[in-house]
Design a protein around this ligand. Structure first.
Ligand code: C2E
Ligand code: MG
Ligand code: MG
Length: 717
């Protein structure tokens, strides 16, 4: 499978599920909907305004028509009032020349008179006494019928206002008003009188005059109610419409609306274009944002150097995988830590280191066919998951084998080993617990000696808990003066005199002492080593202050030596205590000189500059590199106890001899450690070893007991 092939691809559903990614589309859609809604409302408002304007204009026209009809009736009523209260007329109508009088006063005028077109006189029983229409004799009872008789009979009562009704006359319409004909204004109303009726014909001329006076253009008289025009019925006394005054509505609102419609349409089209552009731009922006987010997310979950997932990507991939089955997937997570990668980086440079990372990634991905995904956690830490049903030990072994073969990178042949820890996913275990277990196993694999793989077991947790508890107790002890310092003499091989002491930290718990081989690494791991180192250094100075002529050697952890403020801290302490720096020896081991050469050199140089001397501790137990001796200047070389113990053998003696000769050649005085027997003393002295330290001369003891040490020193001499 290719490296890329097992990199987790980001699921697009994840993007879809995240509600925040929907804010922008929702905002765009919302804007579009609201804008559309507003546009529809504007159109509806304008239409409603047009309709309302039409309605207002129509009702104005209707009241104008009503007023016109009313005014015609009022005028007829006024004319009747003028003619019907007339003493002379009453007298004349009772005389014999009634006809002549009627013709002279009313008949002749009816031919062409503005106020009326006809005049009719009837008696109190409704019988015709005489009548004229347009200058012609006129039988109104015959022409106007029963309705007319009914009207004139109602009008025989005096002092009443005229009764006016609309009538059909021949092909036209007439308005006729009737009123009692009385001699004077107030006559006794119990009598009945003749009735004067005046008729006004509704002619086209009359309609035209109403049309122009009341601003009703195209006013016409129609026999039936038109459907498409406004109309006012002219009704007979029985309520039956006889004809209709009709006129077209002006539809002012509609006209106004039609007038603004082009502009409105233009505005709506412009708004549409604007919205479409905005929506398109928003959509395009959204697409690019989405692409950007997806790319950024992919970036954020991938390690650019190896092309594998990074820690975040791995956690996400695991979570997605484990979510599929909380009953335990059987998936195994392997964590891999490279050995010696840092040295390659330091020796060949970062470019080679980077290429090596790529090559390691390729080999890991290809080491076994049943891997699910691989990741680089940063630095020289890798991880991969192997599929359920695969023997995890077989996979781990394959990975170790794959990494063991030398790499050819940028023309250099590099060798790296690895340690692997792995854990298998079981029921109810979350991603972080799986990672934690694999990490515990990796820690165990490294502690057990590199180049191996180890499966997680619950013992690891127990050990860890015990370690955590011990760490807490160490913290307590340091805070409450629970640690002490023992001093072991270093004697001169020449005269057996004590030349210096080595300060050694001691921790006595209620159940017995804890070995420095246990609590020193613990202090280093937990960061307590700084506090511990300060304490030992202070007590050592106090010890040496009272014992002139004895120098003091203090062990320094690599962590202390590499701390940026270490040299300043030591210098300040000596200054404060007024202690001669030349009486202090700091013991360092070789490891730190390989692992952090720059920091180690900086501290050593700074402290040697003020007179402090340095001893290379445990020489012969580790690399025993001549290069180290040459590159760093040491004032003492401490031969490891194992070299001294090996004196019994021929080969051991040869090695020791060569080592002492080497130191001699470099001009570095030698201290032999762990000297326990007189034979060892004799041998060492013969080889030219200048100083010795060991149980033979004195075990490490508390400061108070130091002076009463039952000395073997004399025997050295
Ligand atoms: P080291 O610096 O090599 O110290 C010498 C060790 O050899 C001491 O062990 C000492 O007790 C032991 N020893 C001395 N003479 C003999 C002998 O004749 N026979 C045998 N079998 N052993 C002998 P110890 O005290 O257990 O310390 C172990 C290591 O812990 C030290 O090795 C040193 O690396 C570290 N250590 C002790 N105290 C301190 C401290 O204050 N700071 C730091 N950083 N490391 C310390
Ligand atoms: Mg030492
Ligand atoms: Mg030592």
């Amino acid at each position: 499978m290719s490296r890329l092939g097992i990199i987790l691809k980001l699921a697009p559903e994840e993007y879809v599920r995240d509600w925040r990614n929907w804010i922008a589309p929702a905002a765009i859609a919302g804007t579009l909907i609201v804008s559309l809604f507003l546009a529809v409302i504007v159109v509806l408002i304008l239409e409603a305004m047009g309709d309302k304007a039409n309605e207002i204009d129509d009702s104005r026209a209707m009241s104008a028509a009503q007023t016109a009809v009313m005014s015609i009736r009022r005028r007829l009523s006024g004319t009747l009032e003028d003619n019907a209260v007339w003493h002379e007329a009453v007298v004349a109508l009772q005389s014999d020349n009634r006809k002549e009088w009627m013709w002279a006063n009313w008949g002749s005028t009816s031919a062409d008179y503005q106020l009326y077109d006809g005049v009719v006189v009837t008696d109190q029983d409704g019988r015709l006494l005489g009548g004229y229409l347009k200058g012609q004799e006129f039988d109104a009872v015959a022409a106007l019928g029963d309705a007319f008789v009914k009207q004139v009979l109602s009008a025989t009562v005096p002092n009443q206002p005229a009764i006016i009704n609309v009538f059909r006359l021949h092909d036209g319409i007439a308005i006729a008003g009737s009123r009692a004909l009385q001699p004077e204004r107030n006559v006794p109303s119990d009598g009945r009188f003749n009735v004067l009726t005046m008729i006004k014909l509704v002619t086209p001329e009359m309609i035209d005059s109403v049309a122009s006076n009341y601003f009703l253009p195209d006013l016409r008289l129609a026999p039936v109610k038109p459907t498409d025009q406004l109309s006012l019925p002219l009704t007979a006394s029985d309520g039956q419409p006889l004809a209709y005054l009709t006129w077209p509505g002006r539809n002012l609102g509609t006209r106004l609306y039609n007038e603004v419609r082009p502009a409105l349409t233009g505005a709506l089209v412009a708004l549409g274009i604007l919205l479409a552009t905005a929506a398109f731009a928003g959509y395009a922006e959204l697409l690019s944002l989405r692409r950007f987010a997806t790319a950024a997310d992919r970036e954020a979950t991938r390690d650019p150097l190896s092309g594998l997932l990074n820690r975040k990507g791995m956690i996400r991939a695991l979570q997605a995988r484990l979510d599929q089955d909380d009953g335990g997937t059987g998936l195994t997570l392997h964590l891999i830590d490279l050995d010696g990668f840092k040295a390659i980086n330091d020796t060949w440079g970062h470019l080679v280191g980077d290429e090596l990372i790529g090559a390691v990634a390729d080999r890991l991905v290809a080491c076994h066919p049943r891997l699910e995904f691989a990741a680089r956690f940063g630095g020289d830490e890798f991880a991969f998951a192997s599929k359920p049903g695969t023997d995890p030990n077989e996979v781990a072994t394959a990975a170790l084998r794959a990494l063991k073969a030398p790499f050819n990178v940028a023309g250099h042949t590099c060798e790296v080993g690895a340690s692997i820890g792995y854990a298998t996913h079981v029921r109810n275990m979350d991603t972080f617990e799986l990672i934690r277990r694999a990490d515990m196993a990796l820690y165990g694999a490294k502690a057990a000696g590199r180049g191996r793989s180890l499966a997680y077991s619950s013992d690891m947790d127990r050990d860890r808990e015990a370690t955590a508890e011990l760490e807490e107790q160490l913290r307590e002890a340091l805070d409450h003066d629970g640690l002490t310092v023992a001093f072991q003499p270093v004697v001169s091989a020449g005269d057996g005199s004590v030349v210096s002491v080595e300060a050694l930290a001691r921790w006595n718990m209620s159940h017995g002492p804890v070995s420095p081989d246990v609590f020193i690494p613990l202090a280093e791991k937990s960061g307590l080593i700084f506090q511990l180192g300060d304490m030992v250094l202070e007590r050592s100075i106090r010890f040496a202050e009272n014992r002139a002529g004895i120098d003091v050697a203090v062990n320094v952890s690599p962590l202390q030596l590499c701390a940026p403020d270490f040299a300043d801290g030591v210098a300040a302490l000596l200054e404060r205590e007024k202690f001669d720096p030349r009486r202090l020896i700091l013991e360092v081991t070789e490891g730190v000189l390989f692992e952090s050469p720059v920091q180690a050199r900086r501290a050593i140089d700074a402290l040697r500059a003020i007179g402090i001397r340095f001893a290379l501790d445990d020489f012969g137990a580790g690399y025993a590199s001549i290069g180290t001796l040459r590159h760093f200047t040491f004032d003492r070389l401490k031969l490891d106890r194992s070299l001294v113990q090996a004196l019994e053998s021929e080969r051991g003696r040869a090695v020791l001899n060569a080592t002492v000769s080497l130191a001699e050649a470099l001009g570095i005085p030698v201290i032999a450690e762990g000297v326990e027997t007189a034979e060892q003393v004799a041998n060492l002295r013969q080889m030219g070893c200048q100083f010795m330290q060991g149980y033979y001369f004195g075990k490490p003891v508390a400061a108070a007991d130091f002076d009463s040490l039952p000395g073997r020193m004399a025997r050295a001499g």
